[in-house]
Design a protein around this ligand. Structure first.
Ligand code: RB5
Length: 143
């Protein structure tokens, strides 16, 4: 199950990604927001990240206007490793190297077709399990 959430700046892209999830039988839970009315992105980062941390959802997708604010908010939550990705190489590398459990995107930055490729790459790339990457992640988690 994939958690997805956004603010008003990410709403349009969230709807595109949800249509892609539906068309490809990817199970998801939509944590809002549900319109382009102005909201606060930390509220949506919080609920999506909580669903990942409590095991309800395996991974999370967060979208705001730039992806910056919502990724900062997500990374304040212990146990969340959120990467802001606007390219396929970063999406693949952050799964292999950082074992990220949340991806952030900017709805005002990236178009829907590219964003869907980025999300699909991120969802389908496993963590490398390399010792050096495990060691580095442990240093992040146990500061
Ligand atoms: C909202 O206008 C905007 O600030 C937000 O979507 C995001 O870009 C913040 O980082």
């Amino acid at each position: 199950m994939i958690a997805i959430g956004c603010d008003h700046g990410g709403f349009a892209l969230k709807q595109e990604i949800i249509e892609h999830f539906k068309a490809n039988n990817i199970e998801f839970k939509d944590f809002g927001c549900y319109s382009t009315d102005s909201v606060d992105y930390p509220d949506y980062a919080k609920v999506v990240c909580e669903s990942v941390l409590n095991g309800e959802c395996e991974k999370g997708v967060l979208i705001c206007g730039t992806g910056i604010g919502i990724s900062i908010a997500a990374n304040k939550m212990p146990g969340i490793r959120c990467a802001l990705c606007h390219d396929v190489f970063s999406a693949e590398a952050t799964r292999e190297h950082n074992d990220t459990n949340v991806i952030a995107l900017g709805g005002r930055i990236i178009g829907p077709s590219h964003a869907i490729k980025v999300v699909d790459t991120w969802l389908s790339t496993p963590f490398s399990n390399d010792e050096r990457h495990i060691r580095r992640i442990e240093k992040i988690e146990n500061r």
